[in-house]
Unconditional design. Structure first.
Length: 428
């Protein structure tokens, strides 16, 4: 019996972090779409009927069937959206006080209840898959939210989770309290290569799909316009964490906003750079060559800049200009870019789909921005065989918007139909 269990474990690991099991399938459904964006193309296809049997798409054609038809003839249908950088356990943290309040005054249990509401919101906004990049002090609560969704207990997107994340002593809040006052931290505090390896093993043991590290802090703009930082982990520490995660067939996401954090992360071989406000040209080149992903999270920067500036950190405003320049250089360098918002870093009552508008403002075509949240995001999550596009054989994760997102990408903020695994979660 034990041998069989071990065998099954190995098989499941080879398949990568499974996103989710879907709820009980429904009978055959036909979606009559005014147009579709299939996840790959630069153009919309007009008047398309998507046939869904159980949890899968079985055909994409034009024939108008009789039976269980959902009329979306005034809508554009798209693959279920993917937000590859969220925090369902966080309720916005513009200021340090917002963050401290949540960790000091709210129990992890209460935060988990709020987290279930955020998971529902993500689904309603059209995000049928999310990569949730750490719980900010709420332990392994993300694993439980994911489990409750997968078991059909609560509605929510398919989730890949990072659990506790890691940073070094003195680098991550809560900070600034007297030495004799024990306070919680938003991460698992890890020092040294061996502690890093142990934390990777521990987090995977308790359900982490991804390992998340914080690679830099304390940002400042140099005279030459470069965004500098203080790296947290040493290169040796980062390499050990990445090596251990990869050895266990898990991927690593690195919060890296500036020069040294990004460089060390790229050198250590992480799988995705989160935020990347400044990335040196040489590192962009390495990322493009190795296929390292860039998850720029533009909107949250806009959202927090003013508040943090008023709190005495005007660097956040300057960082936006630097970020735009980096984004444009990354596109030019051919770096793979995935849609991610840092939802939770801003309040979940704000629709994370605002990110699309900023990506287009900074130089992407609407189709590129949509791919970053569908087929490209699916590749980052390792689920491109089952999700990320509308084609026969794929899981029926489909959303719809009233209008043409290629003409005006902000209609992505008006998703009015959501299907996940063939189950209608929201309709016009
Ligand atoms: Zn984040």
């Amino acid at each position: 019996m034990r041998k069989i269990l071990v065998h099954l474990f190995v098989i499941s690991c080879l398949c990568g972090p499974a996103l989710a099991q879907t709820p009980a399938p429904t009978p055959k459904i036909f979606l009559k779409c005014g147009a579709i964006f299939d996840g790959h193309s630069d153009q919309l296809r007009k008047d398309v009927v998507i046939e869904i049997d159980g949890e899968k798409i079985v055909s994409v054609g034009t024939s108008a069937p009789s039976g269980n038809v959902i009329d979306l003839s005034r809508e554009t249908c798209l693959p279920g959206l993917m937000d590859t950088h969220t925090h369902v356990l966080l309720q916005g943290d513009i200021t340090a006080a917002d963050y401290d309040q949540q960790l000091l005054k709210q129990s992890p249990e209460y935060r988990t209840i709020l987290g279930t509401v955020n998971a529902r919101r993500a689904l309603d906004y059209g995000f049928t898959s999310i990569r949730d990049l750490e719980t900010e002090g709420a332990g392994y609560a993300d694993v439980d939210i994911k489990r409750a969704i997968n078991h059909g207990v609560i509605p929510g997107p398919r989730m890949q989770v990072a659990t506790r994340a890691m940073d070094v002593t003195g680098a991550y809040p809560l900070l600034g309290y007297a030495p004799n006052v024990p306070v919680p931290h938003g991460v698992q505090v890890v020092d040294g290569a061996e502690e890093g390896r142990k934390a990777v093993r521990e987090q995977i043991m308790y359900g982490a799909d991804w390992i998340k590290v914080y690679s830099d802090r304390s940002y400042f703009v140099r005279g030459d316009g470069v965004l500098d930082d203080i790296p947290t982990f040493t290169l040796d520490e980062l390499k050990a964490i990445v090596d251990e995660a990869h050895r266990e067939r898990h991927k690593v996401a690195s919060h890296a906003m500036a020069l040294n954090g990004v460089h060390n992360s790229v050198e250590a071989g992480v799988d995705s750079i989160e935020h990347g406000n400044y990335i040196a040209d040489a590192d962009l080149k390495t990322m493009a060559t190795r296929g390292t992903w860039y998850v720029p999270t533009i909107f949250v920067g806009e959202y927090v800049a003013e508040g943090r500036s008023k709190e005495g950190a005007p660097v956040w405003v300057k960082m936006l200009e630097i970020h735009e320049d980096t984004f444009r250089r990354a596109m030019k360098a051919g770096v793979k870019i995935a849609f991610g918002t840092d939802a939770g870093g801003f309040d979940w009552s704000v629709n994370p789909a605002k990110e699309f508008g900023f990506m287009v403002k900074w130089g992407m075509t609407p189709a590129q921005a949509l791919r970053s949240a569908t087929s490209a995001a699916a590749e980052l999550l390792g689920v491109q065989d089952s999700l990320g596009s509308i084609e026969p054989g794929k899981l029926a994760d489909i959303v719809a918007v009233p209008g043409d997102p290629l003409a005006d990408v902000t209609v992505m903020e008006k998703v009015n139909f959501v299907m996940k695994g063939g189950v209608v979660e929201r309709r016009p």
